[in-house]
Design a protein around this ligand. Structure first.
Ligand SMILES: *Cc1c(COP(=O)(O)O)cnc(C)c1O
Length: 421
């Protein structure tokens, strides 16, 4: 049996209808912005392997640091013990996060980083003896696939089987010039019950790269702050340069109380999650009363190998050439978007930093499950480009090391698709 046949015998893939899915493509190697298949086919990874990769695949510097760490210390229990990687990573990240971020809590992935944030907020009020148990989130939000993270995410086809079990959340519209005042009064009316407001800053990734303006987010955040509502900034996707600045919250003035990171945290090398918070939140758990402890942890909390990967990725991220690459991608995206704007096959284009989204004209069939999505996906795959449309929306968010030649090829392929599909 070849690898694909063996895979189909034993594997259940994520977000995949196994009955109708095409067989998976076996990948044997990665380098730069490309993945190489068993049969030698080269694919440009235009979506950074589900948005995680920022410095390119199998980066030799990260690989070396991870290999060294593996021979030194692979893992140690993180309750009652510590190690230099966890401390150094927290020190170095807190130094570049908004000034109010004071403590780092590690976990395993984006969803767990969100679970920790939600529990910190709910227990913050619990420890203070206040009945604030409601959470505000944006409509169509996506914060992960575990139950808490699903609860604060929009209800959709993906959550339908679980909807009755998800806790109640106050969903509000994305802010704009017209609705900002009514959103603020909506929050004020509920404030004594609200623990926190969780949001994807500037870009709702999974919803289809839906973008909204920083100034209205800032206004909402400032209003929540004034009303005592804690702010959870989900930077799992937007963190580490995606929006053009290091973190999406660098586009606003108001500082969040809690921040969540994963995806780009290790440069896309391995699973890791991080939740940071203010001193004020941390202090609400300090007590002689053991019941005020944050009772949360994972077996692999602060895994030293993941810390080493994150530290190596941070070294690369802070090199001036990385910011230059981010700016280069953003500029080239803009040029391409200007070129295709108004094409009869396009409904709209939108961009934030290194993220460019193109919304295909569909008539009126816009569902994720529509035929267009599969047609687009296969069209690009056949041409050696990995683009994974969200319904009728295709988006490019490449590793920052992608070359101009590779970008040109992606743009040209999209141009062809616009003419042909
Ligand atoms: C991907 C994502 C998550 C969940 O992260 P996982 O590591 O996939 O669990 C949470 N929030 C946002 C904004 C994301 O894009």
């Amino acid at each position: 049996m070849n690898l694909v046949e063996r895979d189909l015998q034993v594997i259940w893939h994520p977000y995949t209808q196994m009955k109708t899915a095409q067989p998976p493509i076996p990948i044997v190697r990665g380098e730069g912005a490309c993945l190489y298949a068993e049969d030698g086919t080269k694919y440009i990874d235009a979506i950074s392997s589900w948005w995680v990769n920022i410095h390119g695949h199998a980066h030799p510097y990260i690989a070396k640091k991870v290999a060294e760490q593996l021979l030194q210390l692979e893992h140690a229990i993180f309750a009652g013990f510590t190690h230099s990687g966890a401390v150094e990573l927290a020190e170095r990240l807190l130094a570049i996060l908004p000034a109010n971020q004071a403590k780092a809590f590690y976990s395993d992935n984006g969803s767990t980083a969100i679970e920790v944030a939600i529990k910190m907020c709910l227990q913050y009020w619990h420890n203070k003896g206040e009945q604030r148990t409601k959470i505000i989130a944006f409509k169509n939000a996506y914060h992960g696939d575990t139950f808490g993270a699903m609860s604060v995410s929009g209800r959709s086809a993906f959550t339908a089987a679980f909807d009755s079990l998800l806790f109640e959340v106050e969903f509000i519209d994305l802010p704009n010039a017209d609705n900002i005042e009514s959103l603020k009064s909506q929050i004020s009316n509920l404030k004594s019950q609200i623990s926190s407001f969780i949001f994807e800053p500037l870009v709702q990734g999974s919803a289809g790269m839906i973008m909204y303006e920083a100034r209205y987010l800032d206004e909402l955040m400032a209003h929540c702050r004034a009303e005592g509502v804690l702010l959870i900034d989900d930077e799992v996707f937007t963190g580490f340069g995606r929006t053009g600045k290091a973190f999406a919250c660098n586009h606003v003035q108001t500082q969040p109380d809690i921040m969540c990171f994963s995806k780009g945290l290790t440069g896309g090398t391995m699973a890791f999650g991080l939740t940071t918070c203010t001193q004020q939140i941390y202090d609400a758990f300090l007590s002689d009363d053991k019941m005020k402890t944050l009772f949360h942890g994972h077996s692999y909390t602060a895994n030293p190998v993941a810390c080493a990967a994150a530290l190596a990725s941070l070294d690369l991220f802070l090199e001036p050439s990385t910011q230059q690459n981010i700016n280069r991608i953003a500029t080239r995206h803009t040029t391409f978007a200007d070129k295709v704007k108004g094409h009869r096959s396009l409904r709209s284009t939108r961009q934030t930093g290194t993220i460019l989204a193109l919304e295909w004209e569909t008539g009126n069939n816009t569902s994720y499950f529509s035929g267009l999505r599969d047609k687009l996906y296969n069209y690009f795959l056949d041409k050696g480009v990995i683009l994974r449309p969200l319904g009728n929306i295709i988006y490019i968010l490449p590793p920052y090391c992608i070359t101009d030649t590779e970008l040109d090829y992606i743009y040209a392929t999209i141009g062809q698709a616009l003419d042909e599909l």
